[in-house]
Write a new protein. Structure first.
Length: 362
């Protein structure tokens, strides 16, 4: 039986891909410290959590297999999957019951909302959503539509922390703040390591993954989602999502990034969130001041011209036609561990059942 299980539950766009990749690339070094990062690849954790949450297209039996691997380990295990962050209390209780006698530590990585609004919109257009940038920002401000619910379900940090703290105790929940731009690149890993009980070592870097799109490419993806709404989920993932993740991102250096000047209402909301987190009394590694929202340099997606959108499309098409076979192989390798539907996550409104065996412009 595992002595301790570290659950890294997000939030989305808070350095999760970096942490997951670093753990995945250093299984042997972690094992030398008595720490299990279940595998053989991180994809196993994705599939297991999808099964636990009974998400669409989940693979039955994946959760039971992962649970058995963790329970058979005598030391610490780390499970990292951001779908777990916003789950409801009934699901949290089910999760706790899956590991009787094991000490649970929930690690929640948090990044400032100024960077996360454009990051979450971009993630949404990589996952079939058709909200324009203006519609998405309006939803984030007013929380009166699907776009707003999409954002705050994943980014309502105080609510997420309160649920976990009320379920497993304040002392078993740890906040790790993502350092601001310009901080040493290893600082996030050092903070996560402190929370997870990982000792210093020489760590292998993981390949970069889940890279961002430029503003024009993001606008192009939104338009493609509208035009290709009839594609099956499988075809969308294999064609359109792969086009974004492994073709358009290669043009990113030639595009302006998505820019965002933090409005007053978001600064107020961010301050409210930080005060609620402080009031909860959960331990913080880093500083809640890191969550002060930052302006993001770049271009407003609503200002992307038709010509810029065409240039992004042409650049993507050129890469696809020139390197099609190689791009396909890259997609297949990367797809083994991708978070399908990351922009959506679990639908928390779904009732938790008993488990058996455990044309708009941009």
């Amino acid at each position: 039986m595992a002595e301790r299980l570290v659950l890294h539950v997000g939030l989305m766009k808070s350095g999760t891909t970096f942490v997951q990749g670093r753990c995945n690339a250093n299984r042997e070094r972690l094992a030398a410290q008595g720490i299990l990062f279940p595998g053989p690849s991180w994809a196993r954790q994705v599939h297991a959590v999808q099964d636990f949450l009974e998400m669409a297209h989940a693979r039955p039996g994946k959760w039971a297999a992962l649970r058995e691997e963790i329970q058979a380990h005598p030391g610490t295990a780390i499970l990292s999957m951001e779908y777990l962050g916003p789950i409801r209390p009934v699901r949290i209780q089910q999760l706790v019951e899956e590991f009787p006698g094991t000490e649970l530590t929930v690690v929640v990585t948090l990044r400032d909302l100024g960077r996360n609004v454009p990051a979450m919109w971009q993630e949404s257009v990589k996952n079939r959503k058709t909200w324009t940038w203006a519609e998405y920002v309006h939803g984030v401000e007013h929380e009166d539509d699907e776009a707003g619910r999409h954002f705050w379900n994943q980014q309502g940090a105080a609510r997420v922390l309160r649920r976990w703290a009320e379920s497993i105790g304040v002392d078993h929940v740890v906040v790790v703040s993502v350092p601001p731009p310009g901080a040493p690149p290893e600082l996030l890993w050092e903070r996560f390591s402190e929370a997870a009980g990982i000792k210093p070592d020489t760590w292998d870097d993981a390949p970069r993954a889940n890279e961002s799109l430029g503003a024009a490419s993001a606008v192009l993806m939104r338009r493609l989602n509208t035009e290709l709404a009839g594609l099956s989920r499988r075809d969308y993932t294999r064609r359109v999502k792969a086009f974004a993740k492994h073709t358009l991102v290669r043009h990113k250096g030639e595009e302006e990034p998505i820019g965002f000047a933090v409005p007053r209402w978001l600064r107020k909301r961010s301050g409210d969130e930080s005060r609620r987190i402080a009031k909860l009394g959960v331990p913080v590694i880093g500083d809640l001041a890191d969550l002060e929202p930052l302006d993001v340099r770049g271009v407003d997606p609503m200002a992307v011209t038709a010509e810029q959108e065409r240039e992004a499309a042409l650049a993507g098409l050129t890469v696809l036609l020139r390197d099609g076979d190689r791009a396909l192989k890259r997609r297949d390798r990367a797809g083994a561990g991708q978070k399908n539907g990351q922009g959506n996550g679990p639908k928390n409104g779904k009732k938790a059942g008993k488990r058996k065996g455990g044309k708009k412009q941009p």
